[in-house]
Design a protein around this ligand. Structure first.
Ligand code: FES
Ligand code: FES
Length: 152
């Protein structure tokens, strides 16, 4: 099947029910999305499809018909995406394992709601778990990024 990821088309020879996360990491060597729970419970594997944050571990490759955006394609050359820059400025990451998923979830939030309230942030981010407890810094970074124009 053909899969578009971060604007580039790839031919992949996989079973239709292979989870997208497996295709990205093992077939295409796109390692931004992480395997956490494999059950839709942690958000480490989050990508954006059709403007929505999606758990790639719960998405069949054959169900993907439009471009898949991963953190690997977020920066433009040497210029970080506003959300990545905000993450750096707020020094959000601790171990870092969950952060690619957190960032992609935050990007989808801000593209759909450029000025989220605290409640909006909590609601949108509640499915992304962080064992290091970086939640306060994640919220601060989202607010910082919201002050910048976030473009799709
Ligand atoms: S690995 Fe997909 S939600 Fe946890
Ligand atoms: S930074 Fe360690 S799990 Fe989130």
């Amino acid at each position: 099947m053909k899969l578009q990821v971060n604007g580039a088309f790839h031919d992949v020879d996989v079973e239709p029910d292979m989870p997208l996360l497996w295709v990205l990491r093992d077939e295409l060597n796109i390692k931004g999305p992480k395997f956490g729970c494999g059950a839709g419970l942690c958000g480490a594997c989050t990508v954006i499809i059709d403007g929505q944050a999606v758990r790639s571990c719960q998405t069949f490759a054959s169900d993907v018909t439009t471009d898949v955006r991963t953190i690997d394609g977020l920066a433009k050359g040497d210029t970080l995406h506003a959300v990545q820059q905000a993450w750096l400025d707020e020094q959000v990451a601790q171990c870092g394992y969950c952060q690619a998923g957190q960032i992609m979830n935050a990007v989808a939030l801000l593209e759909n709601n450029p000025n989220p309230t605290d409640a909006d942030i909590d609601d949108a981010m509640s499915g992304n778990l962080c064992r290091c407890g970086t939640y306060p810094r994640i919220r601060a970074a989202i607010k910082r990024a919201a002050a910048t124009k976030v473009e799709a």
